[in-house]
Design a protein around this ligand. Sequence first.
Ligand code: FAD
Length: 476
Amino acid sequence: MTTSPAQADVPSFPTGGRPRVVIVGSGFGGLFAARALAKAPVDITLIGKTAQHLFQPLLYQVATGILSEGEIAPATREILRRQKNARVVLGEVTTIDVDNRTVTSEILGRATVYEYDELIVAAGAGQSYFGNDQFAEFAPGMKSIDDALELRGRIFGAFELAEIATDPAEIDRLLTFVVVGAGPTGVEMAGQIAELARRTLRRDFRSINPTGARVVLLDAAPAVLPSFGKKLGDRARRQLNEIGVEVQLGAMVTDVDADGLEVKDSDGQVRRIQAATKIWAAGVQASGLGRILGEQTGAEVDRAGRISVQPDLTLPGHPEIHVVGDMMALTKLPGVAQVAIQGGRYAAETIKRRATGKAPQPKPFTYFDKGSMATISRFSAVADIGKFKFSGFIAWVLWLVVHLMYIVGFKSRVTTVLHWMVSFLGRGRSERVATQQQVYGRLALEALGNGWEVSKTGGPKNTSPQGGDPTNRESA
Ligand SMILES: Cc1cc2nc3c(=O)[nH]c(=O)nc-3n(C[C@H](O)[C@H](O)[C@H](O)COP(=O)(O)OP(=O)(O)OC[C@H]3O[C@@H](n4cnc5c(N)ncnc54)[C@H](O)[C@@H]3O)c2cc1C
């Protein structure tokens, strides 16, 4: 089979003399930048690798059957349907040519070149396995809808397989769930698996006792939720223990395979945990677009792939290129949604002022920290808001309200509340479906070879497929 050559189309987007703003990424940075430009005299092209805006903080609820993927990932085009100056296109940006001011995006072998006057790059970050990418096969991360649905299948599937297994060691292996990384994502994931086993599935099986499932939360660091400080970290650890999560700190994962993982403790002892389900919630790697921009502009790129931006979020010598969100490195700002949202809005304001002939923004970008939260289980969370540190029920209510505010769209908010009532007031989980395609699809795609690997941030990988299109479809 031969690969059909990528066609290069230059779209004749009607500019009417207005500045053309290209935004890469439909996550928090990209979407909030696009919305902030709604009234600006510019023409926006938002290029997304996926057709949705993903609310990553609730991915763990998709993975554990509380929410459906649609609730946390509305179509970007639907969100922006009334914004006449914005056009949404699907494609993975593979090249940025800063001298010629063009961006090339690809999908299924078709390449499209977009010219820009202003560029906002908000392509986020993927999972990092710290140089051990081979772990990904056995311990998926949680960065995309694909990841969450695959994990859902693996988690619920482990209980199903345990029900029909006869060897006690095999049952123990199937009912052991290991989450690597005790940051907010790992804590929330471990807490939800424990609740799933002890509340939701309590009465669903005949041969096994799901409440006896072992949930282990591992981290090489000596603390849970280190960014929340010692007091809240200790409380979170206690709350996790109360719901039956085993927290193992100072424990570095040195190997992962289909049957379990190898762990090196801080005293140098190496041990093995037999576990069918492993979840990777440690480490991030910024989009490769940072490196592409760094090579052309001389901006520094750190080990995690984040590109250093100037105080106004642009790149040196390129006031027309703005980088925001998880991809940017600026005064050690954390990779959280508010940094991306506020950065996206700041970049939009810079562009708006330039487009309307106003003076530049007088102040550099400053991040207003609204605080951080993590849920442990139903009715229990920790919240770190300025001087105030909450834990337990009050923190959980705060978490609920804040997350509802940021879910995009009225429909999604209503259905999310209904699903939360089913899961938190009752014992149910309405989203327990997982198909074989969801569980095996990623591995099957990777078996097709280079170019068909699913990227760690969701969507197709950067390269065009080699050996032709196995779907036998012509380029759209
Ligand atoms: C599981 C999880 C839980 C989290 N929980 C919290 C939380 O509770 N609170 C909090 O504040 N933060 C949380 N975060 C972090 C937060 O989600 C990120 O900081 C935020 O999403 C960053 O926004 P962004 O716009 O930089 O990137 P993203 O939101 O990741 O968006 C990047 C976008 O770019 C697209 N893209 C990537 N590469 C390309 C390409 N080459 N071409 C075209 N499009 C591309 C992606 O498809 C995506 O749409 C969590 C993250 C995860 C993964």
